[in-house]
Design a protein around this ligand. Structure first.
Ligand code: ADP
Ligand code: ASP
Ligand code: MG
Length: 425
């Protein structure tokens, strides 16, 4: 008899029919003798719609109010799922983030979990209920509702799994595991049986939206085993856990991220302290700078480029409008049509030549490299967004990752697939 946390994402609970299917699946687990706690996301595109509603009212909505609004999405799905379980003759009880004991700091919109109180969930389990927890939300020390950042239900699931000492945290979504690349972008991607915490963290933080990177970080820290699997099929998925493989693959997978923009400051006087002024201004304005590229100076002037999330662009523009006259730079330009493609693999550390092979592969396909950054287990390359899909595919082939079979869509409608592709996060 296992103790399992089972998290179902937005697509898996997008309609009453799908919620009923989730309920059936949970009941089956109970009938098998397992104890199970469900965690749910908001139905379908609810969170996007709520963000849109807020934007229609206020360009810059107060984050406290935004969190209050966004948290309602998960409260709808949790109650509906509890009702669906009851309809099958089993006792269920839904819990908001507060009721489930998810205590966070007060950073609205991307709050961090500081404590998990497990009492109510344990009590509900002991009384024979199937607890259903609203993902993505918590409560801060003032009693205000917070949310954990987009995709944050994954983090709720891992935190609850740790809080109740679950054997495994099962994350159900519309793919049946972690692939060597997003299978909708690289249909020859292969499903991985196991991925180490380190590789998964690097993949998630480089744009592989299949798991929120904060969830992986939490799991790595507290050694929670994650099983990423399909909400629509029974197939075994991918385990994310401590590395048990003797030899690491050079490249585990390729992630891509279209959510960043590139800003280039032109005609920057090449003198000491200029970069410090630019980047301390950006930091003070809470702009998350990712890559930085400084070109060779000519005639005492240089160009500095950096990338940052598109969501931080207006703060970056404000900062640069203020700092540019101070440093006497000529102008700045913004390029939104970029994509970051990252090769990830713990084995990269001991395998020279990854960069050379990646660059020559892109060169052979006339894909221009706009920026590069590396970590010991990651090589990220910025390319024009129109070439991102091709870049992922040719690198996937060049590093021998292609599978013999082609990824097949299960259950999603054409509209849902289109929405996922457009989301680009
Ligand atoms: P949920 O709504 O259930 O949280 P997400 O949309 O957040 O699900 O995550 C699942 C999606 O992640 C898949 O539909 C897939 O397109 C995308 N994805 C990106 N990278 C990968 C990868 N390496 N392996 C599997 N899926 C990936
Ligand atoms: N509903 C939230 C979102 O869309 C949280 C989640 O789905 O994990 O980001
Ligand atoms: Mg998700």
């Amino acid at each position: 008899m296992a103790l399992i946390v089972a998290k179902f994402g937005g697509t898996s609970v997008a309609s009453p029919e799908r919620i009923k299917n989730v309920a059936k699946r949970l009941v089956k687990m109970r009938q098998r003798g397992d104890r199970v706690v469900a965690v749910v996301s908001a139905m379908g595109k609810t969170t996007d719609e709520l963000v849109g509603l807020a934007a229609a009212i206020n360009d810059n909505p107060p984050l406290r109010e935004l969190d209050r609004l966004l948290s309602t999405g998960e409260q709808v799905s949790m109650a509906l799922l509890a009702m669906a379980i009851e309809a099958l003759g089993y006792k269920a009880m839904s819990f908001t983030g507060r009721q489930a004991g998810i205590e966070t700091n007060g950073t609205h919109n991307k709050a961090k979990i500081v404590k998990v109180h497990n009492e109510r969930i344990m009590e509900a389990l002991a009384c024979g209920y199937l607890p259903v927890v609203a993902g993505f939300q918590g409560i801060d020390e003032n009693g205000d509702i917070t949310t954990l950042g987009r995709g944050g239900s994954d983090t709720t699931a891992v935190a609850v799994a740790w809080g109740i000492g679950a054997d495994v945290c099962e994350i159900y979504s519309d793919v049946d595991g972690i692939y060597s690349a997003d299978p909708r972008v690289a249909p020859r991607a292969r499903k991985l049986a196991q991925v180490s915490y380190d590789d998964m963290l690097e993949l998630s933080s480089s744009g592989a939206g299949v798991l929120q990177s904060r969830a992986v970080e939490f799991a790595r820290k507290w050694k929670v085993v994650i099983h990423s699997r399909s909400a629509f099929t029974e197939a075994e998925g991918t385990y994310i856990k401590e590395d048990s493989q003797m030899e690491e693959a050079v490249i585990t997978g390729i992630a891509h991220d279209t959510s960043e923009v590139k800003v280039t400051i032109r005609g920057v006087p090449d003198s000491t302290g200029v970069a410090a002024k630019v980047f301390s201004g950006l930091a003070a304005n809470a702009v998350s700078v990712d890559m930085i590229i400084q070109n060779i100076s000519e005639d005492g002037f240089t160009d500095i480029s950096f990338t940052c999330p598109e969501g931080d662009l207006s703060k970056a523009v404000d900062t640069l409008e203020r700092v540019l006259p101070e440093i006497k730079a000529r102008e700045f330009v913004v390029d939104k049509d970029i994509a970051k493609v990252s090769l990830v693999g713990t084995g990269m550390k001991s395998s020279p030549g990854v960069a050379a092979r990646a660059f020559s592969t892109l060169g052979e396909h006339q894909i221009n490299i706009l920026a590069i950054s590396t970590s010991p287990i990651r090589l990220s390359i910025v390319v024009d967004s129109a070439q991102a899909t091709q870049a992922v595919q040719v690198l996937h082939t060049a590093f021998g990752l292609d599978s013999d079979s082609v990824f097949e869509e299960t259950q999603l409608s054409a509209e849902e697939i289109a929405a996922k592709m457009a989301k680009g996060r």
